[in-house]
Design a protein around this ligand. Structure first.
Ligand code: ADP
Ligand code: MG
Length: 297
């Protein structure tokens, strides 16, 4: 197959692993910078041009779109889909997962466990919003943040009020969430490929930090997940329509709570922690997926 990886950075571990994984399985791969793709939106022969030439003959596209370029990246991905190229994760599914509010609403609707989460517009409702999630301490998070950036813990009601006012002043959309103390700064990253959890790791936040993101100094270890955690991760990915997803779950006495579902989960932490070849699993899934689509199934 001819595979395009939509990525801005060929040096990234994840990009390199996907390139090598695909080449090892006999595919030809090119890394395409989504910001250098331009397109004509036409009902007849949709095209993408890249650095002066039309992109042709591509069978499958792997989106690895950074959160800073979500809007443009999704436009490019939709154009690939319009050209009949198989996308590892569809533009609709990526869009759903990028918006934490939309994703949680979809998951809540189907009974997936999650921290109590509030969303409000008016400053007049701030105190009620804080009570709604059980008061301080609580977490305020941007609806489109990643790697722990834009996730703030507020220990007191007045800190929460100030942070909410500040985010509002910046015209940023944010969620207000119950702080799940029982999680102890830990969560579980379940890596889902094609409806199966192919690997899972526990992430523990650095001392003095509640965010377990590896980019924030979190420490990863192997973990055995429960059947319920496994089925929750698989359902969450499926409900958002993601073939490949990193589902973040907190283990609590009340059962698994999903924090978010990442559509471009990093490979480095999970591969080095578990020793699994996730890149190969992704490419094998893509091969099957393209085969199924060609058979019209
Ligand atoms: N409600 C919460 N209670 C406790 N810890 C939380 C809560 N929300 C987030 N965290 C911690 O912060 C980290 C980052 O939050 P997350 O919602 O996944 O945002 P991001 O997209 O920036 O990773 C999580 O992995 C978790 O460790
Ligand atoms: Mg996260």
């Amino acid at each position: 197959m001819k595979i395009a990886i939509l990525s801005r950075n060929p040096q990234l571990y994840s990009t390199r692993r996907l390139v090598n994984g695909a080449r090892r399985r006999g595919h030809s791969v090119s890394i395409i910078d989504p910001l250098r793709c331009y397109m004509n939106i036409t009902p007849t022969a949709p095209e993408i041009h890249y650095r002066g030439k039309p992109l042709t003959g591509i069978d499958a596209v792997i989106p690895r779109i950074g959160t800073s370029v979500t809007y443009y990246g999704l436009a490019v991905l939709r154009q690939f889909e319009a050209m009949g190229v198989a996308a590892l994760n569809s533009s609709n599914a990526v869009a759903r997962s990028r918006d934490k509010l939309l994703a949680l609403q979809i998951l809540a609707n189907k009974g997936i466990g999650m921290p109590i989460t509030g969303f409000a517009h008016s400053p007049d409702d701030t105190q009620d919003l804080i009570s709604l999630v059980g008061g301080a301490p609580l977490v305020v998070k941007l609806t489109e943040g990643t790697q722990g950036v834009g996730v703030v813990m507020c220990e007191t009601q007045s800190a929460a009020t100030s942070v909410i006012e500040a985010f509002r002043g910046l015209d940023a959309y944010f969620l207000v969430q119950q702080f799940v103390k029982e999680a102890g700064g830990r969560d579980i990253r379940c890596f889902v490929v094609g409806g199966q959890v192919v690997a899972a790791m526990q992430r523990q936040a650095a001392p003095g930090e509640f965010r377990s993101n590896l980019h924030r100094g979190g420490h990863a270890t192997n973990i055995q997940i429960t059947r319920l955690e496994r089925s929750t991760a698989i359902r969450a990915a499926k409900l958002l329509g993601l073939n490949v997803a990193g589902v973040d779950i907190m283990r609590t006495p009340g059962g698994p709570m999903v924090l978010e579902v990442n559509s471009s989960p990093g490979l480095e932490g999970i591969e080095t922690t578990t020793g699994e070849n996730i890149a190969a699993a992704i490419i094998e899934f893509l091969e099957d997926d393209v085969r199924r689509r060609r058979k019209g199934k």
